[in-house]
Design a protein around this ligand. Structure first.
Ligand SMILES: [Zn+2]
Length: 458
């Protein structure tokens, strides 16, 4: 039975059933390809074929590498750059020993109390299924795109493999064919409800316009070693500790992005009278707001590169002086900070005669996507038209996504899911009782239908 949601027809029961079936196939990716259970992925592909017959009749489907899927919906004008939707097919496993904590089993796909329950319900089979359902429904309605649409479903986003990633496989294949995308939607957006009775009732809808870079460095101080019964004043660990203290005193400089100030102004504009007057004052408060944000780690991370000393090693026994003491430091880089900057900083505050600095892992931050592209404006318009509480804003995603790799073949890459869920439900991703509200899933289908119409009509 179809229902009208935001001017689009959506069969709510049908899409809920499809997500439920998708959850019942435990497509868990493993770093070690040897122990990879491909049969679940084969089952997942079969499920897609069975549940989305028109998509499979009309779109071209290709399997890249072993289990990465690309669907191509050819538009009537091949001169236009295609749009693309990304989703990963894989889900994270359930932490051993927590299976019993689930109110509904993680891989049963039960529909109860207005939710579809199970691993992948939020991250991110919901998005994969709603994008597929939106196209299935558009096909039923006889819609024909002018601009082509690509669906790219990698098989192992969750394991963060730098060597054998599905996203990298697909991007390499697209590069080989000389294909670039007009714009991309992947996971990673966020919605934050704010409600204070009589003062404010709004939902901040974040479109991820970029993600932070990532790096791990190991700093090792070499010592003389020996028996702990005749120690020097400072062992190698003591020397290392002094360096760590000096390093931590020098945090990266914070820089408030313009969009963040604009966001604060638009929130103030939504406040009840007379508090909405604050909107006029806010721009003059930029230095104070910046300073205040650096004092809260959750705020600081949005406006500066971060450093965290996370692992330490010394000698293997309590009565042995360390010959080597090492610390691993994890970095999250905002746009404008490079791996080179980090190395300079490490050298300056932690370097020295008996010190080794080694990069274990590093990926530079890629540029932010613009917030005035047609794609961004379409997402913003659709969301704000659908609910007067929504304020759409660009923001920086903290984790890594498949989208990072696609920035090599697309300038407008947005991390966004049109699903309003409470913070409590959002926190169930990768955790216990992962679930998505049926209503929000159905709204997702309506969103993707409208988005495809507006983006591919010309
Ligand atoms: Zn995900």
């Amino acid at each position: 039975m179809k229902k009208e949601i935001n001017h689009e027809q959506v069969d709510v029961e049908r899409v809920s059933e499809k997500l439920s079936k998708a959850i019942r196939i435990p497509t868990i990716a493993k770093l070690d390809e040897e122990g990879f259970d491909w049969t679940e992925f084969d089952k997942f592909h079969k499920f897609l074929e069975d549940e989305f017959p028109l998509v499979h009749k009309t779109l071209k489907r290709e399997v890249i590498a072993r289990a990465d899927l690309v669907y191509i919906w050819e538009g009537s004008d091949p001169s236009l750059l295609p749009i693309a939707f990304l989703s990963h097919q894989d889900v994270v496993p359930v932490t051993e020993g927590t299976e019993g904590d689930w109110e509904h089993p993680a891989f049963a796909g039960e529909i109860a109390d207005g939710y579809i329950w199970g691993r992948g319900a939020i991250d991110m089979k919901n998005q994969l299924v709603s994008v597929m359902e939106s196209i299935e429904t558009l096909l039923e309605e006889g819609y024909k795109p002018v601009r082509s649409v690509y669906l790219c479903f990698g098989h192992n986003e969750e394991i963060m493999s730098e060597k054998n990633s599905g996203a990298m496989n697909i991007v390499a294949e697209m590069q080989k064919r000389g294909i670039r995308f007009d714009s991309i939607i992947d996971e990673g957006g966020a919605m934050f409800p704010f409600s204070v009775p009589h003062i404010l009732d709004m939902v901040l809808v974040g479109i991820g316009v970029g993600e932070k870079g990532y790096a791990d460095y190991k700093v090792t101080v070499k010592g003389k070693g020996g028996h702990s019964s005749a120690p020097p004043d400072h062992s190698a660990i003591g020397e290392l500790a002094k360096k760590i203290e000096r390093f931590e005193k020098h945090q990266f400089k914070a820089e408030m992005p313009d969009y963040f100030m604009e966001l604060i102004v638009s929130v103030c504009n939504r406040l009840a009278f007379p508090l909405n007057g604050l909107a006029k004052v806010v721009p003059t408060l930029k230095p104070i707001i910046t300073f205040a944000m650096t004092k809260v780690p959750q705020g600081a991370t949005f406006i500066r590169s971060c450093q965290a000393v996370t692992m330490c090693q010394g000698s293997p026994a309590s009565n042995v002086l360390p010959q080597r003491a090492s610390a691993t430091i994890n970095f999250r880089l905002v746009q404008g900070t490079t791996l080179k900057d980090i190395e300079k900083k490490l050298e300056k505050y932690m370097g020295g005669k008996n010190v080794e600095i080694e990069r274990l892992e590093g990926r530079e931050p890629k540029p932010l996507s613009p917030s005035d592209s047609r794609s961004f404006k379409t997402i913003k318009a659709l969301m704000e038209e659908s609910d007067s509480r929504y304020i759409v804003t660009p923001f920086l995603v903290m984790g890594g996504t498949d989208a990072y790799h696609y920035q090599d073949i697309c300038d407008n890459v947005y991390r966004f899911g049109p699903y309003e869920v409470s913070v409590e439900v959002m926190m169930t991703a990768h955790s216990t009782n992962e679930r998505v509200p049926v209503e929000s899933l159905a709204k997702g289908v309506a969103f993707f239908k409208s988005y495809i119409r507006r983006m591919t009509a010309e």
